[in-house]
Design a protein. Sequence first.
Length: 139
Amino acid sequence: MNGVAESLLNTHQVRKTKIRLEVLDFFLSKNYALSHAEIEEAIDKSYDRVTIYRTLKSFEEQGLIHKVLDDSGTSKYALCASNCMSHKHNDAHVHFNCEACGHTFCLEDIPIPAISLPTNYQLIGYSFLVQGVCKDCKK
């Protein structure tokens, strides 16, 4: 297994299990957000959907991944930046959905503009999705 995956699990105080290492290794091998279905298809077939879902939920709660909604409304998950920790995500960045390959990328260097809501509105969360063609598909 990947030493980077083990180190990340230790840093985020997530117990090391075979599925967690396998799922995290898969995330580390990609540079775009992954859907539950993509993860399920790529890893050991002995894990059921619920086990994979629980693994993703645990990763999200511990600040390893964050949820990204693509243009179809499908939930995808992307690795968090190193400054995310348990129950405290710093993922206020733009997400880019490529219309050619369908991948969704985190553009961490592009922050979401400040949101000013009207009186009596409470901000709970937000996402910012930009659509276009990624650098690999544009070639």
